[in-house]
Design a protein around this ligand. Structure first.
Ligand code: MN
Length: 216
């Protein structure tokens, strides 16, 4: 293994551990960019409310659940995603999924699908266009609130799926690579009822470098 491959592996372990080490008391990380960094695709006010109110509320509610049940206080955030207690599962998912979502985005137009990610996408979906079309269909087909995901399955292939509410593919042994939040709070201020316009515009802010990092 070359020096750069070893570095890539170490970076990957660190990225994964960022979520593993989140334990009680859970804290809300700052956005990895300014609130207006995703303009005009996602407006500043949506980002402020989404991060400071919604993501904060999931964090606070998960802490409240853990305060009431000491067994939860020694578990990592990922262990709580599959909890049989709805308030734990939903708020743990709310914390994890939004951490993941913020890091999946960057300034519009700066990132492209390249290298090994492009190869894997073409292997699974024949073309980038076909992948995007299937991902959009998953995002549009999710009735009510939830997420659409690109995941790596147990044998290393790529798949598209959607989950309801704050459910997370990790619970089914799948590795999330990319996700779009299709709860109305993610887009309603700017796009109103037009989820399709939000989903199609969203491609401009995807951080493909981050997606490729997660693939390693
Ligand atoms: Mn959300």
């Amino acid at each position: 293994m070359s020096y750069s491959e070893i570095c890539d592996k170490l970076i990957h372990i660190l990225i994964k551990s960022k979520f593993m080490i989140k334990t009680f008391p859970f804290t809300l990380d700052s956005l990895p960019y300014a609130y207006d960094a995703l303009e005009p695709v996602i407006d500043k006010e949506t980002m402020e409310i989404h991060h400071d109110k919604h993501h904060q509320a999931y964090t606070d509610n998960l802490n409240k659940a853990a305060e009431a049940n000491v067994e939860l206080q020694t578990k990592g955030l990922e262990d709580l995603l599959g909890s049989g207690v709805p308030v734990v599962k939903n708020n743990a998912g709310g914390v994890w999924n939004h951490d993941f979502f913020w890091e999946s985005m960057t300034t519009p137009g700066v990132s492209q699908i390249e290298n090994s990610l492009k190869v894997e996408i073409e292997k699974a979906f024949a073309s980038v266009e076909e992948f995007m079309s299937k991902f959009e269909a998953a995002a549009m087909g999710r009735f009510g609130s939830g997420w659409a995901w690109l995941v790596k399955n147990k044998v290393g292939g790529l798949e598209i799926m959607s989950t309801a509410n704050q459910d997370n593919p990790l619970v089914d042994g799948l590795t999330p690579l990319l996700a779009i939040d299709v709860w109305e709070h993610a887009y309603y201020l700017k796009y109103k009822n037009k989820r399709v316009d939000y989903v199609k515009a969203w491609w401009q802010v995807v951080n493909w470098d981050k997606v490729e990092e997660r693939l390693l």
